[in-house]
Design a protein around this ligand. Structure first.
Ligand SMILES: [Zn+2]
Length: 711
């Protein structure tokens, strides 16, 4: 859950962004970023040609071409048809799309001062351009005319779907508003784009500057040696040789909170981490949040929706906020009850240790680890020697071959932006080229944290056939040459998760790129990725690929059993931490134009919900980047849970056929889910795959919550 990633296909991005008028630079024709991609299988991204100084002139030049495409479609003297308008829009601005893709890849993986400046410059430009396209009256007039005459047009089901999505996107973004309202909307959008950038940069600033310096060995009691070494390296890099530094990042703070014996220091680190964006002064995000919420409420009203949440969910699988709230509250209640049990276990251990305390948020991870050890005799570090990155890579390829007949072979010599990046040629069982998969595994400066999938080229097959190019990105620590890279169980699950997104992009078989692969509703897109995590823990995978890095022995059955037994451990905590954020996100965006003080709202709303005092939200409001550094996840953080109902229910479909590798279920899964993109309503696609509606019961079972009375 909660994996960060870039999922919007670039064609989607382009439509969200917008066009503005800039002069044509004289040298632009020679800019290599503007050329069609060359190389095998329809070409590959020319990463070796990218220099930051080429991006700006390339984008501006490509924008001119994009505008010309739009003008040609909008002012076509022929009467509007599906082909000359809706289908033609699919290829408008393809040059711009290619340059924007290269820019996006560099912004997320090779970022530096020059790229940061370009991001600041281009985010408001992008924002203004989408309004220019959406508000083009001639263009929308044609789309609307085709939409109104659709019954007589003899369109295929896929064409009808594309027409509806295109029409809906224009209407939802204000194409039907009057001139004054359009102007107001553009102003709101421009201001929001700036506020999103400010929010993100403030948060980054707090994360980069915050630190806790530890002076003596006494401060380190309980920490594993690897953490101590990492903290010493951090200190040395900051010119504090001989000391230890805990940085203000999740990967630095969470392990400290899990292992450090010193309660006062845990509290100090926790306070630093939980206060990001909420420290007063220049980087405080509270006022920005208030303004974003007001603008979103105003925008929703302009567009004819009661609140931003209603506007956002109108084309989601959930359809309306009530349905999303209903699901969240169904899971919230048992999760809170489970937290009470978890806390009781932890209090008992504290008592045994002779400690007289009440479990606070800075204690939870620490005592949970002690409970895990006691109840399940499982230490997370026991698993790591069996989880070699290279073997897990083989494992995910093996599953993709067993399930979907895909084969992955590494290719040399194609351009990459960094020597660590690897490229794989993907073929189907007939040996036909399916696409390319790029893998960028290691952390480095200038690469965003977390793990994500992104799409370099989207599949399509109407005028021409275009094969997809997708990538997975993560932040493993690169070992010494020749040494195995070992990762945690969580990281292995994340790896399978992101690979699930990649398969969704690669197996796409649609005509129009807007409908392809991961270009689906926000609350549906995590379904193919979350279900792919399940195959990691199958015996077929563990016995073949979870091999000890020194002895080559497979993971012992006894250890596998312990992992299985501990599967529902601490689910109260992880469910409540996530859901508190998801509920606050939805309630903030259901509040309408009430002026919101984030600190007061958070406190009062959590009290109403009965939030346990021992847990803090996974993302407090002033640091909730999903929701305030852009629009994609706003009123949408519930999506992971929504998709989990589907992935747990679908996993049951595999299991009920006797094996997760059942070929017949796999074929149905490809047909209705992985290959069909957005050609159908997600609810219909799911029903066609499953033969029935999804039930919430498998999700509750998987988390170890009671299911009495649940159908
Ligand atoms: Zn995901």
């Amino acid at each position: 859950m909660k994996k960060s990633r870039i999922l919007l296909g670039v064609s989607g991005l382009m439509m969200l962004f917008a066009l503005m008028s800039f002069p044509t630079p004289a040298v632009a024709e020679e800019n290599p970023l503007l050329k069609p991609w060359t190389g095998p299988n329809g070409g590959v991204p020319p990463f070796d040609q990218v220099k930051p100084e080429l991006i700006d002139p390339a984008l501006e030049q490509a924008l001119v071409a994009y505008r010309a495409d739009i003008k040609q479609i909008a002012e076509n003297p022929s009467p509007p048809t599906f082909e000359n308008t809706v289908a033609a829009l699919e290829h408008a601005g393809s040059e711009f799309e290619r340059v924007a893709t290269l820019f996006e890849v560099f912004a997320s993986t090779m970022n530096g001062e020059e790229i940061k400046a370009l991001e600041r410059e281009w985010s408001p430009k992008f924002s203004a351009v989408s309004d220019e396209i959406i508000q083009n009256e001639k263009l929308f007039g044609r789309i609307d005319a085709i939409y109104k005459a659709r019954k007589a047009a003899h369109l295929t089901a896929e064409q009808e779907r594309l027409l509806w999505l295109t029409h809906n996107r224009f209407v939802k973004s204000g194409a039907q508003l009057g001139a004054e309202q359009k102007e107001e909307l553009s102003k709101i959008n421009a201001r929001l784009a700036t506020l999103f950038t400010d929010f993100g940069q403030n948060l980054l600033s707090d994360e980069e500057t915050g630190k806790v310096v530890l002076d003596s060995r006494d401060d380190l009691v309980g920490l594993p040696e690897s953490l101590i070494e990492a903290a010493a390296t951090e200190a040395e890099e900051m010119g504090l040789k001989g000391k230890w530094v805990i940085r203000n990042t999740r990967s630095s703070a969470d392990p400290f909170l899990t292992y450090a014996d010193r309660r006062d220091l845990r509290e100090k680190v926790w306070r630093m981490w939980a206060s990001r964006g909420d420290n007063g002064g220049e980087t405080d995000n509270n006022a920005i949040v208030t303004e974003i919420l007001q603008l979103r409420a105003k925008k929703a009203k302009l567009l004819g929706f009661p609140t931003h949440a209603h506007w956002q969910l109108s084309d989601a699988m959930a359809k309306n906020p009530e349905k999303a709230m209903d699901l969240m509250l169904k899971v919230w209640k048992p999760a809170v009850a489970r937290v009470a049990e978890e806390v009781a276990d932890m209090q008992a251990i504290a008592k045994e240790r002779g400690e007289n305390l009440t479990i606070e948020p800075w204690d939870y991870r620490f005592y949970a680890e002690k409970v895990r050890k006691k109840k399940y005799d499982l230490d997370a570090s026991e698993l790591k020697p069996y989880l070699q990155l290279e073997k897990l890579l083989e494992a995910q390829f093996w599953v993709a071959e067993e399930m979907y007949g895909l084969s992955f072979s590494e290719v040399e010599g194609l351009p990459t932006y960094h020597p660590d990046v690897r490229v794989f040629d993907v073929k189907d069982s007939d040996g036909t080229h399916v696409g390319y998969w790029y893998f960028d595994p290691y952390a480095r400066e200038g690469k965003r944290s977390g793990a994500w999938m992104s799409e370099y080229r989207t599949q399509e097959a109407f005028d021409i056939t275009v094969t997809p190019i997708v990538s997975n990105n993560s932040n493993y620590i690169k070992g010494k040459p020749g040494e195995a890279v070992l990762i945690s169980w969580d990281d292995a699950e994340t790896m399978f998760h992101e690979f699930g997104h990649a398969l969704h992009g690669l197996l796409s078989k649609v005509k129009y790129p807007t409908l392809a692969g991961t270009n689906v509703a926000r609350d549906y897109v995590e379904f193919p990725s979350q279900i792919n995590e399940h195959w990691l823990s199958t015996p077929e995978v563990l016995n073949r690929f979870a091999l000890h890095y020194q002895t080559g022995e497979p993971m012992p059955q006894e250890l596998i059993d312990k992992v299985e037994k501990a599967a529902t451990f601490n689910q109260g905590f992880s469910t409540v931490e996530y859901l508190a954020s998801a509920l606050i996100d939805m309630k903030l965006h259901l509040a309408g134009d009430t002026k919101i003080d984030p600190r007061v709202f958070e406190k009062e709303t959590l009290a109403e919900l009965g939030m346990p005092s021992s847990i803090v939200m996974r993302h407090r409001i002033p640091q909730f980047a999903h929701v305030f550094s852009g629009d994609y996840y706003s009123a949408g953080y519930y999506s992971y849970l929504w998709a989990e109902v589907l992935d747990q229910d679908a996993w049951n479909a595999f299991k009920s056929e006797g094996s997760p590798y059942n070929k017949e279920v796999a074929d149905r899964f490809v047909k209705f889910i992985l290959s069909s993109g957005n050609t159908q309503e997600p609810a219909d696609a799911y029903r066609n795959f499953r033969g029935q509606e999804p039930s919430i019961k498998p999700l509750l079972e998987a988390r170890g919550f009671p299911t009495d009375g649940v159908e």
